[in-house]
Structures are given as C-alpha cells and as structure tokens.
Design a protein around this ligand. Structure first.
Ligand code: SF4
Length: 402
C-alpha cells in the first residue's frame, strides 16, 4: 500500500483531486479547438482509454468559442490551457470550463493573474499553476542560470502567492521538467513546501518507447513516495496512448482498480515449447477484444510456467505438444497445443462469469498429473534450466573438498 502525502482537496468539475481522492489521469487533445466535433471525438476516445480530465488549448478567440460548445457535450471535465493571454482565461471561464492551467512563465502581469483568480473564484473553478522548465520565467532563469528544481519551485510559489493575495486557494501545481532526475527533485522539493495537490508529469518526454520510459520513471518514483494527486504522460504520440499509459501505470501501482486485461508473459528462453511471442500476440488480440478485467499469463513451458505465474488469475503453459491451462497456479485442463489460445479465451470467459472457486471445482482431475509428467519429461529431455540439480552435486563436492 502506498501511503499518500496529505494534500488539500479541490474539485475539477466532477473529479476530486487531492485530499486522499484517487489519483486521476489527464491528457490533452491535439485537435484544433475550433474543430468542435473533431475535438469531442478525441475527448471521448481519451475517456475510453482512461482519462478522467482532459485539457484543451484555448489559444485564440475561435478556440474559446469552440470550448463553449465542447464543454457541455464532454463526458469528462475540461481544463483550458492558457498561455500569454489572460483574456483567453476569462473567455474559457465564460465557456464553462472546469479548470484553468496557467503558465507563470508567460502570464507575467500580477494584475492579470489576480483578475483571472477573481473570475475563477466566482465560478469555483480551480487553477493549475503549471511551471514548465522549458518556459521558465526569464528573471528566474537569469537568477539560477538554468531551470533547476529550486527555480521551478520558486516560480510556482511566486504565482501561488499572487493567487492567494487575490483570496484564491483553489489551486493545484505542476513543476514539469524533461529531465527525469530534475523532475523528481522538483516535485520532492515542492511537496515539502506546500500542501496543494500536485499534478505530475515529465514534460516533452518524446515518442514511445523513450517517452514512456521517462514518464514512468519520473511519475512512478514520485507516486511510490506518496507524492502526486493527478498525472499526465506527455508523449509525442496519439494522446489516447497517453491516457492509456496513465491508467495502466495507476493500475500497476495498485492506485486504480484494473479495468482491462493485464497480460503477463515469460520472456521465453531455450526451454520454450512454443513461439511465446506469437502465442502472446494472439492471446492479447483475442483477450483484449473481450475486455475482461483479469490477469492472464502466457508461459513458454510447463516446467516453470504455472509456478512462476501462480499469482495470475489464469494462464497457459506449453509442453509436449499440449497447452496446460492453469488457474491461480493450479493446472485445470490440458488441451492440444493448436487449441491453446481458444481454450484460454474460453476459460477466461468462464472465470470472469463464474469466479475462481467454481472454475477450480470444475477442474479436470488428471490435468495436474499430466502437467507434472510433461514437466518431468521436459526436464529429462532438456535438462534442468538452471542446472540446479547438477549444481547441488558439484556444490556439495566442493564443500566437502572432494
Ligand atoms: Fe518461459 Fe519456461 Fe523459459 Fe521460464 S523456463 S522463460 S516459463 S520458456
């Protein structure tokens, strides 16, 4: 269990952020906001992939007008992304957005910030102070010489003071950096200085797989320390990938209930009795179409498969031309190898509808024995994968000085 750092609670429309609320996933549309139908289609796709909140740019008058039509038709709260022009923040509020994101690096007039704060306060709309290393306030950049964590945090705290002076405290904060250690250090520092909820992200992470790795490294590190109330993967990719990655990360960290398939598979090795990659691909395709919220394992051989994947709800391991279906590590059915994927799909459906106990009760009584025999045969034919038995002898000989 992750012990989460206590933060203040705010609401972005229907979504609670901070104060112990579940960590939410955010993403951002890439369409022109003036293209209302195109943007809404993307918002729906993001929602389907796991986004709880969607940010949309409000970069000109047409975009603000687009927001006025998008907001009432959106399935999730919409946050307007504002740069430079505070009037567009006022327009977005009039359009009915559930949140604003302001970049302190480019709305520099304190009076403009306070004007936006008062208007947001009247509508109970929160503001994210979104500091970005790439667009840090130029005075702070001159002071620190580089966008170091202290500079990012100082920028955020300065902006917050301006908002607080206007009586506004409905705030969340981000201090994004494209360098993972700097990003982590920035958020750690910020979390020591304030209890406003934090929005985590590695900015400009780039395309997958590098962007995914950077984002996971930064966001997961902080979440495991209990830091972070809402997250966004900033990938150079279809934003649906961002939302899905965010959702999956939360599921893997136990911060969100699994909503779909979790496929685990062995990496394969010389012992594999099947083409693990191909069988995994086919199983993934078939199982994802079913949208079953279960954990499924595909293991290349029956020697280690069922035991190593005993935490999986269901799995299959190959051996001697057969597929050995197992539930929670117990082999329940043996099928011809060619029918492995179909049998896995069939059992997964039954498991989802009948539950583990019922499916274990329906197990084929001889399946476990057949699996043991297949494992023994494999060991005899190919030897012990780690030469463990051989080594026990040689270790003993060495110890005895023989
Ligand atoms: Fe997969 Fe079997 Fe090799 Fe483990 S020993 S990696 S289960 S093939």
């Amino acid at each position: 269990m992750i012990e989460r750092r206590p933060t203040r609670a705010i609401r972005v429309g229907s979504v609670a952020v901070g104060g112990g609320a579940p960590v939410s996933v955010q993403s951002m549309t890439t369409t022109k906001t003036a293209d209302v139908d195109g943007t809404l289609a993307q918002v729906y796709a993001l929602r389907g992939a796991g986004a709880d909140i969607v940010r949309i740019t409000c970069n000109d008058v047409e975009a603000a007008q687009g927001l006025a039509e998008i907001v009432p038709r959106s399935p999730v709260p919409i946050v307007a992304d504002i740069h430079f022009q505070y009037r567009l923040a006022l327009a977005a509020l009039e359009a009915g957005v559930a949140g604003l994101r302001l970049n302190p690096g480019n709305i520099r007039n304190p009076e403009h910030i306070k004007t936006v704060a008062r208007a947001a306060s009247e509508r109970s709309v929160p503001i994210r102070v979104g500091v970005n290393a790439g667009s840090l306030d130029r005075d702070l950049l001159a002071k620190y010489g580089a966008p170091v964590p202290e500079a990012l945090v100082e920028s955020a705290l300065h902006e917050i003071r301006l908002l607080e002076e206007a009586g506004f405290e409905d705030i969340k904060i981000s201090v994004k950096h494209s360098d993972v250690p700097s990003m982590v250090a920035s958020y750690r520092l910020l979390s020591e200085r304030t209890d406003y909820p934090l929005h985590l992200g590695v900015t400009e992470a780039g395309p997958p797989p590098g962007g995914l790795i950077k984002s996971v490294a930064g966001i997961a590190t902080l979440l495991l320390e209990g830091i972070g109330d809402t997250i966004r993967f900033s990938l150079t990719a279809d934003p649906v990938e961002e939302a899905e990655a965010g959702r999956r990360l939360l599921e893997q960290l136990g911060l969100r209930e699994r909503s779909g398939l979790d496929l685990i598979a062995c990496p394969s090795c010389g012992r594999a009795e099947i083409d693990v990659l191909e069988v995994t691909r086919k199983a993934q395709e078939a199982l994802e179409a079913e949208e079953l919220p279960i954990q499924v394992a595909v293991m290349g051989c029956v020697v280690n498969g069922p035991g190593e994947a005993r935490e999986a709800d269901i799995g299959i391991a190959a051996g001697k031309g057969k597929g050995h279906l197992f539930i929670k590590g117990r082999v329940v059915r043996v099928v011809p190898e060619a029918e492995m994927v179909d049998a896995l799909l069939d059992e997964a459906r039954k498991l989802a509808s009948e539950g583990v106990e019922a499916r274990l009760a329906a197990a084929d009584g001889v399946a476990a024995r057949l699996a043991d025999e297949a494992a023994e045969d494999l060991l005899a034919a190919r030897g012990d994968a780690n030469r463990a038995r051989e080594r026990r002898e040689s270790v003993a000989e060495i110890a005895r000085g023989e």
